[in-house]
Design a binder for this molecule. Structure first.
Ligand code: UDP
Ligand code: MG
Length: 331
């Protein structure tokens, strides 16, 4: 934590096809965060948008010197976009947040208070009721957190999203993590340091629509588990051991039966059951191997996480915290 008075706060905002969301987001920032930090950097990462997002960002950067934006060469996904933002942000504290105002900006005052006054290195937002989510999303999220924390040595706080404040020290630690599978919630927890949660109610999306469907979320959860736990790989030795033991007992029973009652021809059902059972088990365990090997393959290629096509300028300094002058007519 810096003791300097001229410290900088960076907001890192990944955007994909969010042309209508950018102006309302910036006005909300103006309304609530005008005095949050001596200097504010609002760093948008255009994650391969195909709508008018780039134009909206250009206009925003022209009228507001605190706005800077990067454009990735294509859609790399929110986790990569956020990594790009965290790599390029200049702030002493960095806050990744969504553009759709589901992460209420006024909460940042509380984040900053806990960071500056109470010395926490990370302050994460915890969604209180999650009443804006469907029941199935709430249940699956709950299952995921308990499953994850049981399997992984890095524990993540339940119902904390990416919305949080991270100190420069953690930013530097994150920049040292080279992996391509970027499950940010896990990566945020990995460096350790002192952290604390702040509860909030997550409102519904203001404009535009969610960019995540069930399939994307499923893959995201799988990525998180496989990146942070080797348990799915190891569990097969135990399952195999138990099954082998049971089969051994069964073999003994069969042999005894044959010795006592003589050979018994109809064995089709038990044979079939055993074959199908072992076949299924083998396929599942090969599938798990596949999940890990495919990630080894991805890591081994060492491809960059993202490519930047355009950078609106390493903060046309100074990023003084003032209301943009020409904002009068803007929505
Ligand atoms: N986003 C992104 N790249 C993607 C998908 C989403 O940069 O491939 C951004 C999106 O523009 C938004 C944030 O990530 O600012 C969160 O997305 P969304 O609101 O759709 O997620 P949800 O709130 O539904 O989980
Ligand atoms: Mg959202």
């Amino acid at each position: 934590m810096t003791e300097k008075d001229a410290w900088t706060l960076s907001l890192v905002v990944p955007v994909m096809n969010e042309e209508e969301a950018i102006d309302p987001f910036l006005s909300a920032i103006d309304d609530t965060l005008n005095d949050v930090a001596p200097q504010l950097e609002i760093l948008f990462i255009d994650d391969g948008s195909t709508d008018g997002t780039a134009q909206a960002l250009t206009a925003a950067a022209q009228r507001d010197s605190r706005v800077r934006w990067l454009r990735l060469t294509r859609n790399f996904g929110k986790e990569a976009a956020m990594s790009a933002g965290i790599d390029h942000a200049v702030g002493d504290a960095v806050v990744p947040m969504d553009v759709d105002l589901q992460d209420p900006p006024e909460l940042i005052h509380e984040f900053v208070r806990k960071w500056r006054d109470e010395g926490y290195d990370m302050v994460y937002g915890v969604r209180g009721s999650r009443h804006e989510d469907t029941r199935s999303k709430r249940t699956s999220a709950g299952l995921f957190y308990s499953f994850f924390n049981r399997l992984s040595t890095t524990t993540i706080p339940s119902n904390a999203g990416d919305y949080r404040l991270i100190d420069r020290r953690i930013v530097e630690a994150l920049r040292q993590l080279p992996e391509r599978s970027r499950f940010m919630k896990g990566l945020f927890s990995w460096p350790g340091y002192r952290s604390v949660g702040v509860y909030y109610d997550r409102p519904a999306r203001q404009v535009g629509s969610s960019k995540f469907n069930f399939w994307k979320l499923w893959n995201f959860a799988l990525d998180g588990l496989v990146s942070f736990s080797t348990w799915p790989l190891r569990v097969w030795s135990y399952i195999g051991g138990v099954v082998a033991l049971l089969s051994f007992v069964y073999i003994l029973i069969l042999i005894t039966r044959v010795l006592i009652f003589g050979s018994e021809v109809p064995g089709y059902a038990s044979l079939m059951t055993a074959i199908l059972f072992f076949g299924g088990m083998q396929l599942i365990s090969i599938g798990v191997l596949g999940e890990y090997i495919s990630r080894l393959f991805i890591e081994a290629k060492q491809r960059p996480l993202y490519l930047i096509e355009h950078d609106s300028g390493a903060a046309r300094k100074p990023i003084a915290q003032t209301r943009p002058a020409a904002k009068a007519g803007a929505s």
